[in-house]
Each structure stands twice: as C-alpha cells, then as structure tokens.
Design a protein around this ligand. Sequence first.
Ligand code: HEM
Length: 382
Amino acid sequence: MKPLELITTLLSEEGREDPYPLYAELREHGTLVTVEPGYLVATSFDAVNGLLRDPTFAAQDASFLLLSSSILSTNPPEHTRVRRLMSGAFTARRVAELAVAIESQANALIDEITQKGAPADLIDDFAYRLPLGVICELLGVPEKDRSWFRPVAADFAIALEGTFTLDEAAAAQSAAELFEAYFSDLVRSRRGTRQNDLISELVSAAELSESELLGNLALLLLAGFETTTNLIGNGVMTLLQRPEQLARLSGAPELVDVYVEEFLRFDPPVQLTSREAKETTVLEGQRIEAGTYLMALIGSANRDPDRFVHPDHFHPERPGNTSISFGAGAHFCLGAALARLEARIAFPLLLRRLPQLALAGEPLRRNRLVLRGYESLPITWT
Ligand code: HEM
C-alpha cells in the first residue's frame, strides 16, 4: 500500500484492531515518510526520538480549548515555567511515598472482585479504578465526585485522537465544559481553605493563570488514568495470550519491573503524538519546510528492528529495553514514575490474588488508536 493508504487504514477500525503490521509496512517506505506534501510520519526509533527531542518541532495547539492551556500543548518559555511548577509533585521521591496508598487501593479493589466472585471485568473493576483513585487522591478530588468521571473522561479523551466525527467532537466539547466547571469550583474552594493536595499546591503557585490551572488539572486527570488503565489492561491481555509468560511472572513476581518495561514497549498505551515544524530544518537527512505536520509513531518506533532484536516477540528480559512509550525531550511524560509504580504494584497483586487468571469471554477493544486499550476484559480465576 502507498503511505496515504496505510495511514488511512491505520486510522480505520482495522488499524485500530492491530496497527503493528501496518507500521511494519510503513517502515518499508522509510524512517520519515511523506504521506502528503506538508504531512510526514516518523516510523523508526531514531526518527521518533529525534523529532520529539528537537525544539524546532513544537507541540501543537490542542483542538480543544481546555487542553490548549495545558503543558501538553504549550512550548517554551511558557511550557518550561509551568512544567517546573508541576514537576515537584511527580519526582521519584514524591511518587515512591505513594506506594503504600497505591497498594492498599489495589488490594481493596481485588477484595471487591473476589467478594463478587468470577467473572469480573478487569477494566471496569480494576484497571480503570486504580489509576483513577490514585490520581484523584493526589489531586484532592473527593471520592463522592468521581462516579460521573468515566463516561465524561472517555468523551473528553477523544480530544487526543487525530480523527473524530462531529458528534464525537461535540461530546468532547461538552465533556471539557463539565470538567472546566467542576475544577473551577474545586479551585475556588481551595483558594478559601488550603488542603494537603496537589490542587492546593498548584493554586498557591501564584504564577499560574486560571486557564493554565484548569487546563493542567484536566490534563493530569485525563493523562493520569486513561493511559495507565491501558498499561494494565494491555499487559494483562499480553499475559493471557501467552500462558507460559503468565506462569513465569506468577512464579517470579520479582521480575515485574522488566515485564512492565516490555508491556510498555510491546503494546504502548499511547501510540502516537504529533509536532509542527516551526522553522525550516533537517530531520533524518531530509529538509523539512516550516509549517510541516509530523506524526511520531511511538508504536512503530517500539517495533523498529534496528533498535530491538525480534521486535514482534514479547521478551521481558531483552537487554537494554528502553522504549519510547513515555515520549522524549521537553514533553517527556510527567507521570512516568507514577505509572510505572502503579503497574509494578498491580501485576504481582493481581497474579497472586487471582490465581489461574484466564479470559472469561470475548475482550472488547476501545475504538481508539492514540490511546490504545480495551473497553472490557472479562476474567475468571480459581
Ligand atoms: C502508562 C502510562 C502512561 C503513558 C504511556 C504516558 C505517555 C505519555 C506520552 C507519550 C507523553 C508525551 C506526549 C507528547 O510528547 O506529545 C506524555 C505526556 C504527559 N503525561 Fe503521560 N503517560 C502515562 C501516564 C501518565 C500519568 C499517570 C500522568 C499523570 C499523573 C501523566 C501525565 C502526563 C503529562 C502531564 C504529560 C505532558 C508533559 C508535557 O507536555 O510536558 N502521564 N505521557
């Protein structure tokens, strides 16, 4: 297929089901492929890495107002200033302090699952709830308010996809408005009484404007669970499809760190991001005109055979396994340490407390490419 046809297929249901063969075909066209004039895709590890690390390529304005004031869509110097204010809460040390709370939340969810009995939905009952609970705890979102988040966040998350229908765009817009109103109230209450949470911390950082504050709170909420849910879901599915790996990790939970890195590489929760060339420049030896739109195919970079030996093989103990699943450069994922910690806690607990884990029905995939994961994953155990 020609590059344009490959990209169109990638964005269709077929591509969303299994993008990896399409990525392989795209890589045959080169490391930086022209789809149309002014529209390129980076397919190799080095091209994606180079694109994300080079400040000439800027993050674009989000299509939705609320996120356009978040760090995901801004560039230096605003990006540097705001990211510095936010990063204190996500350092390795601060994140490590959350381990006990994460473990107790994970155990409580598994208690509920075992009390209800098999079958359970791994996504609904666990993979979605754990990261949501953790990010809400960190931000200071009261528990009673969380019940309406899931469908609204799912509508809102479409803002991160490259393509959407008019209906989806309208739903995303109303979801953004709901979140904006909700966080506005929460911020107002914290301006009155400071609490020991991240919202209060950000509110008292006087350098943040109201729209920066709201945009970044919405981003943290969304990035905090829409992605980690998929790391857990995609990882469990990878194990269920490979009984020998499931048995291996169950018997040797101390291997969890390398398994989590390989889950991240093998089926990354965020498949792609994009940039725009601010000036005419060179990438991978090609001249790039100012204004060019570039897609960074993270999912393809992670399967680049020049970087990873037998890339389509799930191999947790591969040496030097540094995938690009959390991005690179100025926008490198702020929550990487938190996501890794949640997964490192979740997998051993799930495998220990739900022995002989198996599928109890047909998994349902989410109709998304950028945020790749499952809508539901029915499981049973003994
Ligand atoms: C496995 C889970 C996760 C994955 C795969 C992931 C992936 C990514 C990627 C690829 C980017 C870079 C986007 C770009 O360059 O355009 C990013 C940025 C970001 N992530 Fe994550 N993320 C995860 C979890 C989290 C969590 C738990 C949080 C929050 C607590 C979070 C917060 C953010 C933020 C705030 C940014 C924007 C950083 C910036 O623009 O400077 N992420 N993430």
